[in-house]
Design a protein around this ligand. Sequence first.
Ligand SMILES: *[C@@H]1O[C@H](CO)[C@@H](O)[C@H](O)[C@H]1NC(C)=O
Ligand SMILES: *[C@@H]1O[C@H](CO)[C@@H](O)[C@H](O)[C@H]1NC(C)=O
Length: 393
Amino acid sequence: MLFFQLPEDVLYLILSYLDYKSLCRLSQVCKRSYHFTLRDVVWRRIAKHFINTGMTREGTDLYPTIALKDRVKISQNWSHGVCRNNVLLKWKLNLLPWLQLDGDLLYLSQAADIGAYDLRGAERGRFQHNRVDVFSGHQEDVCRFTLTDAHLISAGGDGKIIVHYKNRDYSVEYYGHNQEVNCIDCRGELIISGSRDKTAKVWTLNPDQLGKCLHTIPTYDRVWSVAISPSLCTFVTGTACCENFAPLRIWDTERCDLVTCLGTKFRRGAGVLDIVYESPFQLLTCGYDTFIRYWDLRVCSRKSVMEWEEPHDNALYCMKTDKNYMIASGSSYYGVVRLWDKRQTRCLQMFQLTSSTSSPVYSLCFNATHLYAAVDSALYSLDFRTSGPRPKR
Ligand SMILES: *[C@@H]1O[C@H](CO)[C@@H](O)[C@H](O)[C@H]1NC(C)=O
Ligand SMILES: *[C@@H]1O[C@H](CO)[C@@H](O)[C@H](O)[C@H]1NC(C)=O
């Protein structure tokens, strides 16, 4: 009992050095000890070692409204692959859907439209009624889209880019590409698009230059993916690797000069389908070469610092990171979603969502409790928590 008479700061400091098991045991000793183990501060160090708790490598907390203790517990379910799989939506045509999660809203592109769905109270078989908004304007299917606080920016098979203002009934169309726009990214006011027409284009959200193409970069190869560095100084293009150009090239945003190419030896056709930055120097890429590759520009641009291979030699269509140890990826067959722990070379968990061979996972996203994945004709959710988290004290 004397222990709990220590000043609280000291007590919390001591508790923060306990490991997971000891803290769990301590929380069961008595009411007081339980009370002290509820605080986020005692879990922070542990949470950094567990996957997908929302504590990033830099120490930012992505989900501060849910107690860290609960997230550490739910993390065990991610590690062990314990979850409930639900079909949220099914549709008849085969599409190439894209997904983005924004708090309780899930944005999903289906053919030429993008719907915003409220995930609260999502019920099996009734999810279509949760659609609270729809963004349209494309004549052909939406290829990709991206979100900012105020905008939804979509790229279409019709060669158009549309900047939708989310809370106003207003949008601006950007013309410039003469074939389908496969990919788009936006950070700050900067927009980069990539197209089948073998160019990447630079645009802006700046009200004075809305709709104006600032630069066109010939890539001499179809562009499948783009990503802007968090520093805003550079961006990467991922191309089809059908011509003799490195599929990963980094460009300067101001002058649009080629800064560097990533990697050296590439198989023909090893096109890059998705790119994610974790910091201004660290990025993940995946695609037809069946590897997730981790690049650290401070170390080397010729070789990835880590890589993980899809065990069935399937192309990887998309991936997301928890900004710490976990990566989730979508494979090209049987709607396979894989979880990876960066500290292990082998895949940690895999979930097969469909029984149809040619069902790639085109897009996925997750938070600390749910993962959402879209295949050609359905949207799935994996729920890693069944008992809801307690409200934070
Ligand atoms: C993840 O999203 C679901 C659906 O919106 C929500 O119920 C849950 O609380 C979210 N989890 C976190 C950790 O934010
Ligand atoms: C982990 O998953 C199981 C089974 O779905 C569930 O009963 C349990 O509550 C989950 N753990 C947490 C902490 O949510």
